[in-house]
Write a protein that binds this ligand. Structure first.
Ligand code: C2E
Ligand code: CA
Ligand code: CA
Length: 444
């Protein structure tokens, strides 16, 4: 790609490689590596890794102002400015678009934040750029998300997602540097039910979108809508911290109604721009048993000017705890109306095969446990044959929880159709997803 040539930097693959290298290095005792942040009395076995994600503020506006070549020049200049602020073992990676990453070996939070501020200091001087033959000086700002972890106790594979959360937080608060706080994402405190009710009324429940990518070719071919609660004190909460509470207190229905409405509203944004990629929504057993809710779905699609094929419904086998024939009929009705149905978390239940026999579905989502364990020969065999079985039944197969390029490649080789996971992108707010979709479209 031209952009990669311009900035002379490695790409996303290089980021995964650099993180993997540091993780391996940290697991081998080497006294010479006991540098800045290391050494916690465990004989040099532990280490720390810091990750910075740098995202240019308002880059789309800048690019619109100075044209695509001017935009590339801005990014190339940024890269050459940032490089001298880093040491030789701190690798700068261009992630594509206006995003850069820096892997910091042996860096704790303090070191990582210091480097982040040093990078931003490099951007204080305006950038000179050619815009239609005229030299112009632009003030360019950026936001930096910082995430750090301690090896081998913590899992570095979460760093990219954590740093993206931190960038997003930095942007929310007007730019600058922000450090990922675990507590802010997954509080140990269980929020009281009253707060969840208020959140639903106030519109604090949101959906994030996680890209689904065709493994052959890499095009985005779907988005899973995942519920998020923007809590006023605790930050963005994951479903694990509020869905169990909702299920116990009868709030699943209003949540499902909100999620499907928000998901279709989001989906309508990209369809109206000619990007015909379906949105997937998770429905629980109680949602399927609520006729009022299921009958409303076609009207919701129509209200958003969306065809039925814009919606894919993900169900798990808990729906079979309800009356099986009712569920089978419901699914048939949805599919003959043109909607798609996916069987989620495939392979983890007690009788996944029985469900495949009884239900006509469009998609099978292979659970993350198989994907993360693909290096084992037994697991690889199960996965390969599950894919073949899916194809034999005319069902497309999605692999969840893909966190690195090697796994994506292995699954592609096995003929798996679609991938989803941190390697392709975490669940993200709508605006970020729209940007990804457009970049994706421009790239081919
Ligand atoms: P799920 O349907 O299996 O969704 C995938 C989950 O895996 C999401 O977590 C996603 O963020 C996470 N994930 C994606 N890629 C990776 C990866 O590469 N590595 C790892 N470790 N995790 C990855 P999330 O958003 O926390 O959702 C958890 C579960 O909550 C979902 O699992 C789904 O069962 C449920 N859920 C989420 N939103 C809704 C909703 O609107 N309604 C209902 N009924 N359930 C929902
Ligand atoms: Ca799902
Ligand atoms: Ca799943």
């Amino acid at each position: 790609m031209v952009t990669e040539r311009l900035t002379q930097l490695a790409d996303r693959q290089a980021l995964s490689d650099a993180l993997a290298d540091e993780t391996t290095a940290a697991h081998s005792p080497d006294p010479s590596r006991d540098g800045l942040g290391g050494g916690d009395g465990l004989g040099g076995w532990t280490n720390r890794i810091g990750l910075l994600l740098v995202d240019v503020d308002r880059f789309r506006e800048i690019a619109a102002e100075v044209g695509p070549d001017g935009g590339e020049e801005v990014l190339a200049t940024l890269a050459t400015r940032m490089r001298p602020a880093l040491r030789s073992n701190q690798s700068l990676v261009r992630l594509g678009g206006d995003e850069f990453a820096v892997v910091l070996p042996d860096a704790d939070r303090e070191v990582a934040e210091r480097v982040a501020h040093a990078l931003l200091a490099q951007l204080e001087e305006p950038i000179e750029v050619d815009s239609g033959g005229v030299r112009r000086r632009l003030k360019v700002a950026a936001s930096v998300g910082v995430a750090t972890c301690r090896l081998p106790r913590e899992d570095p594979s979460a760093l990219v997602q954590q740093a993206s959360v931190a960038v997003w937080r930095a942007k929310q608060s007007g730019g600058g540097v922000s450090h990922f706080e675990l507590g802010a994402e997954q509080p140990s405190r269980q929020p009281p039910i009253g707060e969840l009710r208020v959140a639903l009324e106030q519109g604090d429940l949101e959906v994030y979108l996680q890209p689904q990518v065709r493994l052959a070719g890499g095009a985005i071919c779907g988005a899973e809508a995942l519920a998020r609660w923007r809590h006023p004190q605790d930050g963005v909460l994951l479903p694990a911290s509020f869905l169990p509470l909702a299920a116990q207190t009868g709030l699943m229905r209003p949540i499902a109604a909100t999620v499907i409405e928000l998901a279709l509203r989001a989906c309508a944004r990209w369809w109206s721009q000619g990007l015909e990629v379906p949105v997937s929504v998770n429905l629980g057993a109680s949602d399927l048993m609520d006729d009022g809710f299921t009958d409303r779905i076609p009207h919701l699609l129509a209200a958003h000017d969306l065809p039925a094929r814009a919606l894919r419904i993900e169900i798990t086998e808990d729906v079979f705890l309800s009356d099986r024939s009712t569920v089978a009929e419901l699914i048939d009705r949805w599919r003959s109306a043109g909607m798609m149905v996916a069987l989620d978390d495939f392979g983890t239940g007690y009788s996944s095969l029985a469900y495949l026999r009884e239900l006509a579905i469009d998609e099978l989502k292979l659970d993350r446990v198989f994907v993360t364990d693909l290096a084992r020969a037994t697991t690889a065999t199960i996965v390969r044959h599950t894919i073949a079985m899916g194809h034999g039944l005319g069902v497309q197969v999605v692999a969840e929880g893909i966190e690195d390029a090697a796994t994506a490649e292995a699954l592609a080789q096995m003929g798996c159709d679609i991938g989803q996971g941190l390697h392709f992108g975490a669940a993200m707010p709508l605006e970020d997803f729209l940007r990804r979709l457009h970049q994706d479209g421009d790239g081919r």
